[in-house]
Design a protein around this ligand. Structure first.
Ligand SMILES: *Cc1c(COP(=O)(O)O)cnc(C)c1O
Length: 397
């Protein structure tokens, strides 16, 4: 059994806060402060450029990739960390398209995170080969998989509603039609049990600042199935993905396997924080996390529906069809969330009308969930959101 009392003690939580937004930015792992400081002083400060070898900075993207791999059903040597998720989406899609050269359709859904769609649009435009990005309703993805499709590019958990796609089933259907898959695990890694190898996913990408608690702007990760990793030709062919970066050849030759998905110099300071964050997952069973996150979200839904009847559930009611977050709709959602945040209940708002709450058993329990519902009840039933200062839109919602 996972000891959630232990994991909770590993994170810093400000006083007076019920934090239900770990799906957007995980909290600070206490050990990260010291780990980063050590990197800055003992490594950067004292070792200077010698740190690349002496402290293993160069292999850090692979080491961290293996640590993340354990949480997403990826064997050692199939995941590498670097860049941002948007960049990794571009890389994965470009490689998948090249592996399926006779087809011209990229299939996605309108529940996908816009950046994934934007990156696809930019890539397809620069390829200039008549590609089409086909975007359907999430419920229609399965039926839209056919032999015209080159790549199915899908985010497993809908960022707005938490609706969960069936990775295994959609991947099997895709393969039967000769379609390759790119799975975005932004709201899956660290939130639920993912089995990339078991689902036979071709490519997967994700970020590390949400459920993995790597810190804001922490680097992303990419997985390439072993059967493809030796074949793909990186579109972003940077020197650290080269077979021999320090040979300084004038022509690109891809590195072995997953190494070729590296691009440029790794963000070593950020990776120190991510490495500390990954320690929290030692001894944690994703099955326990999943079970507890469903229980907390079910409790939240039950209490909110009883006590705040003006809010309409926007997420699947059945925990098995949901990721680790719950959204409710209300026309004044933005003001409601601002009023909650002013009272220490931190979730977020997703246009046009969703208030969103994340459930993260590593550091959140029943007490926080019930505390948050109490504040929400007060905000709703006493219309505390109806104040001009709560309607002022900030840059980040
Ligand atoms: C959070 C998220 C992103 C963000 O991409 P960045 O490049 O890290 O800013 C992209 N896609 C999905 C599905 C996300 O949930």
């Amino acid at each position: 059994m996972t000891d959630f009392t232990r994991t909770r003690s590993l994170f810093h939580m400000p006083d007076g806060v019920f934090y239900l937004d770990g799906n957007s930015l995980g909290p600070l792992p206490k050990s990260a402060t010291q780990r980063v400081q050590e990197m800055m002083t003992a490594q950067w400060g004292e070792q200077l450029i010698r740190g690349w070898n002496a402290s293993g900075w160069m292999m850090q993207p692979r080491r961290l990739g293996d640590r993340i791999g354990k949480l997403i059903g990826a064997p050692e040597g199939t995941v590498v960390v670097g860049d941002t998720l948007s960049i990794k989406v571009y890389q994965a899609l470009a490689s998948a398209l090249e592996l399926n050269p006779s087809r011209r359709v990229v299939l996605s859904d309108n529940g996908n995170f816009p950046s994934d769609l934007y990156m696809a649009q930019g890539l397809l435009r620069s390829l200039d080969k008549g590609y089409e990005l086909k975007v359907v309703d999430p419920e229609e993805v399965e039926a839209a998989i056919d032999e015209s499709v080159a790549v199915l590019m899908i985010t497993e958990v809908d960022y707005r509603t938490g609706r969960l796609h069936d990775m295994k089933k959609l991947t099997a259907k895709a393969h039967a039609a000769g379609v390759l898959t790119v799975w975005d695990l932004a709201h899956s890694a660290g939130a639920l049990a993912v089995d990339l190898e078991g689902a036979r996913a071709d490519f997967a990408v994700g970020c590390t600042y949400k459920y993995l608690n790597g810190g804001t702007g922490a680097p992303a990760f990419i997985y390439v199935a072993p059967k493809h990793a030796g074949k793909v030709r990186p579109a972003l062919s940077g020197w650290l993905g080269h077979e021999s970066p320090f040979a300084f050849d004038l022509d690109y030759r891809s590195g072995a396997g997953i190494d070729r998905m590296r691009v440029g110099t790794p963000a070593v300071i950020a990776m120190a924080a991510l490495d500390a964050a990954m320690d929290a997952w030692e001894g944690v069973s994703m099955a326990d996390v999943r079970k507890q996150s469903i229980a907390l979200a079910d409790l939240f839904i039950r209490e909110v529906e009883t006590r705040c009847p003006e809010l309409t559930l926007a997420s699947p009611r059945n925990g098995a069809e949901r990721g680790s977050q719950v959204s409710f709709r209300h026309p004044e959602g933005y003001a409601i969330m601002q009023a909650l945040i002013a009272r220490g209940v931190i979730g977020d708002f997703r246009a046009p009308d969703a208030v969103r709450f994340g459930f993260t058993p590593l550091y959140i329990g029943e007490q926080e969930v019930l505390g948050a519902v109490g504040v929400l009840e007060d905000v709703m039933n006493n219309k505390r959101w109806d104040e001009p200062q709560y309607r002022k839109k900030a840059l980040v919602t």
